[in-house]
Design a binder for this molecule. Structure first.
Ligand SMILES: NC(=O)C1=CN([C@@H]2O[C@H](COP(=O)(O)OP(=O)(O)OC[C@H]3O[C@@H](n4cnc5c(N)ncnc54)[C@H](OP(=O)(O)O)[C@@H]3O)[C@@H](O)[C@H]2O)C=CC1
Ligand SMILES: N[C@@H](CC(=O)OP(=O)(O)O)C(=O)O
Length: 372
């Protein structure tokens, strides 16, 4: 596909923390071309390089730097775009994303606004891309338009690590303990005097999101029982019990998360470790340029390498699209107790935890023929 035949995409919130990742990850994309940039009224009519406070190590792509920024509610400006990537705050995303959907656009959102809608999936491509088929119902309702969300960034890491375990052994219960980076709060986010040399043991609504979203993502999409006449498919939450603790730590990028897991059936630490190591085999081989072709999970052996994953050393694995899991061990050193397995994982919050997952979801929809 050359630039003329690539699908035109619009990015809402293009100047923000997640918006910048969209711009970076979509540079030279095989199928998609950024055609329209959207941000707030403050950025409207500025050129991108003047509107953005660019925070990434790679330069602003040259074809984007001098593009004009539109207000996100200038819907007509996005007319030529088949795909809308949304990196908006939920307060603005709720209505705008619905407006773009009714205009027939394929909307891929990072915001929480529609994650819990009964006809909208929360998708991490390596975990539950089968849930994407529910967009067929939305397409019928909204003139070809649909919304696919990706989860909260911590939830993203959690479900990638849990998927192979739940699929093989079942899971009854999981405790999630997060150490979340400052970039998760957007820009400028948490004031430096609040976070430097400190830990903040509270992130608003984060624990609730992890508990709810994990169960929806790891649940099943089944045929409806007929209660919802407009819909033929229905989400059934996984029955596992999820309990989350969330904390903000003075790390710039990358969320580190500890899990304690009660399995559905007995298994050794070695069996669990082997299942996690084999997980990459679930992803079919793809043209390596697509983001969905990156391995979803990498395991660091424990106890051979006892002090990983670490944000400084492991965050960029698989272009930030690979979750790194380490410290896979038994539930307690004494034996007994409620939990069978403990592990530590690292997820790149603005790549796999945000823009990267949205792009992977768009690639999946393109592959399934939902975007034409
Ligand atoms: N940061 C992260 O790790 C993750 C964030 N998310 C979610 O992604 C979304 C974006 O987060 P993030 O990038 O961190 O946020 P930022 O605050 O960094 O960026 C917000 C973006 O939205 C634009 N914006 C703000 N208000 C309006 C408005 N009224 N109308 C139109 N555009 C507006 C801003 O434009 P301007 O520059 O003009 O003000 C900016 O482009 C949120 O829903 C967040 O919860 C999801 C996963 C991870
Ligand atoms: N709240 C997350 C970022 C995020 O994923 O938010 P949301 O669930 O609203 O997309 C953090 O601070 O790290």
């Amino acid at each position: 596909m050359n630039n003329c035949t690539k699908i035109k995409v619009g990015v809402l919130g293009a100047t923000g923390t997640v918006g910048q990742r969209f711009i970076q990850l979509l540079e030279n994309h095989q199928h998609f071309k950024v055609a329209v940039l959207g941000a707030s009224a403050n950025s409207k009519d500025k050129i991108y390089k003047d509107a953005v406070h660019w925070l990434l190590a790679t330069p602003i792509p040259s074809d984007i730097a001098n593009m004009k920024v539109h207000a996100c509610d200038d819907i007509e400006a996005f007319n030529d775009c088949l795909i809308i990537f949304s990196a908006l705050d939920a307060s603005v995303a709720t209505n705008l994303e619905k407006t773009f959907r009714i205009k027939g656009k394929a909307v891929f959102s990072n915001a929480k606004s529609h994650r819990y809608d009964s006809d909208v999936p929360i998708v991490v491509s390596s975990v539950n891309s089968d849930h994407i088929r529910c967009v067929q119902d939305q397409k019928k309702m909204y003139q070809g338009g649909f919304i696919v969300t990706n989860p909260n960034c911590s939830t993203t890491g959690v479900v990638v690590a849990l998927k192979p375990i739940v699929a093989t052994f079942g899971i009854k219960e999981v405790i999630v303990f997060t150490m979340q980076s400052v970039s998760g709060a957007g820009y400028p986010g948490v004031p430096s005097l609040d976070i430097l040399g400190n830990v903040i043991p509270y992130i608003g609504e984060e624990e609730e999101k992890i508990e709810i979203e994990t169960k929806k993502i790891l649940g099943e999409l089944s045929s409806s029982d007929g209660e919802q006449p407009s819909s033929s498919l229905k989400f059934n939450d996984h029955p596992m019990f999820v309990s989350a603790h969330t904390n903000r730590v003075p790390v710039s990028e990358g969320h580190t998360i500890c899990l304690s897991i009660k399995l559905g059936r007995e298994a050794t630490v070695e069996e669990v470790s082997n299942v996690l190591k084999g997980y990459h085999k679930l992803t079919p081989p793809e043209n390596c340029k697509l983001l969905i072709s990156e391995p979803p999970l990498h395991v660091i052996d424990y106890p051979q390498t006892p002090n990983r994953p670490q944000p400084k050393l492991d965050l960029e694995r698989g272009r930030g699209l690979t979750v790194t899991v380490g410290r896979i061990r038994g539930g307690s050193y004494q034996g007994g107790g409620s939990f069978d397995i403990r592990l530590t994982l690292l997820v790149h919050n603005t790549v796999l935890g945000a823009a990267g997952s949205s792009i992977q979801n768009a690639e999946t929809c393109f592959k399934f023929g939902y975007i034409q």
